[in-house]
Design a protein around this ligand. Structure first.
Ligand SMILES: Nc1ncnc2c1ncn2[C@@H]1O[C@H](COP(=O)(O)OP(=O)(O)OP(=O)(O)O)[C@@H](O)[C@H]1O
Ligand SMILES: [Mg+2]
Length: 423
């Protein structure tokens, strides 16, 4: 009996196929897997080490950038470089006298007082101050207060001064060295807390600047009327600082404000006694007519508009350029006249009943500047203050201790309303 033919071998299971290929494949796969896992471990370790190195480096960097020396050095550099002033506007009226006066204020030969620059709303104070700085801003930091809340005023000012609160390490020792207890600062409310911190650093930097350059740096704060509007306390704190800085000949502080309602606030501060008040006034009628001609107003309208409405007040001249395109000088004057009449009626009631001393004072004011004492005596302090208020704008104060009527159109309106031509 022959042995049965062997049955065909069953098909090999796939995992038993081609053992040589499997071996090679498994070897390569294993090697790749091993390489990947090794790389992964290496990367994880490298990342871990790198993180540590970076952390250490950051700590060192932080210590460097957050040290008081570095923060103060940045402020010093800001003073040394000076603020960047934008270029002239297109229709620029040169005011050499005002600019020369302001340049003297910005770089006083001898620092005795701080300065308050005043001038009616829109008379060109900001422009003139910038003109005075533009030629050479070295040593001058210019800051303008915006519409921010008073609580943000020191923070914005700090921005202009390149001072970073959060990067400065204030310690109890730092305050003690400056005669202040830590708790006095920590318990203070904003914005006074920030102001104290900023002002202390400002003093240090001012001292550094003076030692290095042999003369004090200058800090200009424009539009301080914005601070006063929200309450005078912060403005008074700034004035106290300005006075102390002048007393110690440390820093030349220049505050710019429109007068009127704001000046009594400034005056209410005892630090005002140390202030030197200078004025930026209107441009001349001739310059004003020239300005309107350059802005495309015809000669006849320009002359009349200056003589009867605007005088040399920039803010009025600018609005005339626009309004004269579709209104006559009479129509524009009438609008102002109605405004002045309304303001006076709200203050006095029937204008025919105004007492003779008051009306004759007004009529004298229509003819020109009057000494502050004469006006305050005739009108009383209360009424004088109301007439100065920027929402009424009847009177204007001048640092040569005189009052005038606020503007050309007010002068003409008051003269007409009180029949001044007859008195
Ligand atoms: N010298 C000048 N030449 C041309 N335009 C000027 C000049 N001075 C001021 N102006 C223009 O008059 C307007 C008011 O000027 P500016 O803002 O300087 O006045 P201001 O007195 O600072 O006003 P405010 O009281 O509102 O602070 C601006 O539109 C400005 O461009
Ligand atoms: Mg201004």
């Amino acid at each position: 009996m022959s042995a049965p033919a062997p049955a065909a071998a069953p098909a090999a299971a796939p995992d038993q196929q081609q053992p040589a290929f499997r071996g090679v494949f498994g070897f390569i796969g294993g090697a790749v897997a091993k390489a990947i896992s090794t790389t992964f471990i290496v990367l994880v370790v490298a990342a871990f080490v790198a993180q540590h190195v970076l952390d250490d480096k950051k700590t060192i960097m932080d210590a460097k950038t957050h040290s008081p020396e570095v923060v103060l050095a940045r402020m010093l550099a800001r003073f040394e470089a000076g603020s960047v002033i934008p270029p002239f506007e297109k229709y620029h009226v040169n005011r050499p006298e005002a600019v020369a006066m302001l340049q003297g204020v910005l770089r006083p030969a001898l620092l005795k007082d701080y300065t308050v620059v005043i001038g009616e709303v829109g008379c060109g104070k900001t422009t003139a101050v910038l003109d005075a700085i533009r030629a050479n801003s070295t040593g001058i930091v210019y800051h303008i207060v915006g519409a921010e809340l008073p609580v943000d005023v020191p923070k914005r000012l700090a921005g202009s001064l390149a001072f970073a609160f959060n990067q400065f390490t204030f310690t109890a020792g730092y305050f003690k060295d400056r005669g202040i207890e830590l708790h006095e600062v920590t318990s203070a409310e904003e914005p006074f807390k920030s102001w104290v911190l900023l002002s202390l650093s400002l003093r240090d930097v001012a001292q550094q600047f003076k030692t290095k350059h042999g003369h004090p740096a200058t800090l200009v704060i424009d539009a301080v009327d914005q601070i006063a509007q929200q309450g005078p306390a912060l403005l008074h704190a700034i004035q106290d600082f300005a006075k102390a800085a002048a007393d110690e000949q440390l820093l030349n502080v220049v505050l710019v404000t429109c007068d009127g309602s704001n000046l009594p606030e400034l005056k209410a501060s005892s630090a005002m006694t140390r202030a030197r008040v200078v004025e930026v006034s209107d441009i001349t009628d001739e310059q004003a007519v020239d300005f309107l001609l350059h802005r495309g107003v015809n000669e006849d309208a320009a002359k009349r508009a200056v003589a009867e409405i605007a005088g040399g007040r920039f803010v009025l001249l600018n609005s005339l350029v626009f309004e004269l395109q579709f209104k006559t000088v009479e129509q524009i004057f009438l609008k102002f006249h109605i405004g002045t009449r309304g303001a006076l009626r709200r203050l006095f009631g029937d204008l025919a009943q105004i007492s003779p001393p008051v009306s004759s004072t007004f009529c004298r004011l229509c003819r020109g500047a009057q000494h502050v004492d004469d006006v305050e005596e005739a009108l009383g302090l209360d009424l004088t203050k109301k007439l100065l208020a920027t929402n009424i704008n009847i009177l204007a104060y001048h640092p040569n201790k005189t009052y005038t009527l606020h503007s050309r159109h007010v002068q003409r309106s008051v003269a007409a309303l009180l029949n001044c031509t007859r008195s």
